[in-house]
Design a binder for this molecule. Structure first.
Ligand code: C5P
Length: 230
């Protein structure tokens, strides 16, 4: 499955997003997360769509099933291309999230966060009291997401192998933690290049700072796009 690299718009204002997008003259796939959405709201979503871009709205919903259902009904009206929830909310919550989106929108992909990439195995054991490896915990949550009929998960590119084996190629594996060979790692620890992510089975990659903080964002994006699409 070939899709565009998803550019993480980790900015704090509409102005910064617009001046970033002004540099591109092609349709993009962008990610709007909490930082941006909480400061700009649905208005910015409409503006990005009017420019012809696809949107992954990364709000990671996690609440009781009824609340998530109603929140997803609201988000469904924005007609974004992808939304997400935390798998830790449970199968019922994920089913209700899907029902909420589907009430107004037949197309939007809905995926689940398994374990945040900031969670270490030590935190998994000591704070969440889950006594398994990170990989086992990720696989377990991914199975629940598939059971709830979600389209896929967010995971590390280094976990995609086992997920493809257990859940199939078409189950989406959306992976941050991507760095071109020459880029700074920033706070990303378990990273791969775009080519490696593709070989390992990512269906979508999410890339932020190597593009948004680049001296030449368009050139950096083109390089990443070429190595991802092959
Ligand atoms: O690191 P980069 O700027 O490419 O991050 C892109 C996206 O990856 C961020 O929007 C965030 O959602 C996610 N991320 C992550 N783990 C980190 C840092 C960022 O999953 N340690």
């Amino acid at each position: 499955m070939d899709t565009l690299p998803i550019i993480a718009l980790d900015f704090d204002s509409t102005e910064k997003v617009e001046s970033f997008l002004d540099q591109f003259d092609e349709p993009l796939f962008v990610k709007v997360g909490m930082e941006l959405f909480y400061q700009t709201g649905p208005e910015l979503i409409k503006k990005i769509q009017q420019r012809g871009h696809q949107i992954f709205l990364d709000l990671k919903l996690h609440d009781i099933p009824n609340t998530v259902n109603k929140a997803m009904e609201g988000l469904a009206k924005l007609n974004v291309d992808m939304v997400n929830v935390h798998a830790a909310g449970g199968v019922k919550m994920m089913e209700q999230a899907l029902a909420g989106i589907r009430k107004y929108n037949p197309e939007t992909k809905i995926i689940a966060v398994t374990q945040l990439t900031s969670t270490t195995e030590e935190m998994l054991h000591n704070e969440q009291n889950i006594q398994s490896t990170i990989e086992e915990a990720v696989l377990h949550y991914a199975k629940l997401a598939q059971q709830a009929n979600l389209d896929g998960v967010v995971c590390s590119p280094l976990e995609t192998n086992i997920l493809t084996e257990a859940l199939g190629e078409s189950f989406l594996k959306v992976t941050p933690g991507i760095r071109p060979k020459d880029a700074a790692q920033n706070d990303q620890k378990r990273i791969t290049t775009p080519e490696e992510a593709k070989q390992l089975g990512s269906t979508h990659i999410v890339v932020g700072r190597p593009i948004t903080q680049s001296d030449d964002p368009v050139a950096s994006y083109q390089k990443i796009k070429e190595s991802w699409l092959g």
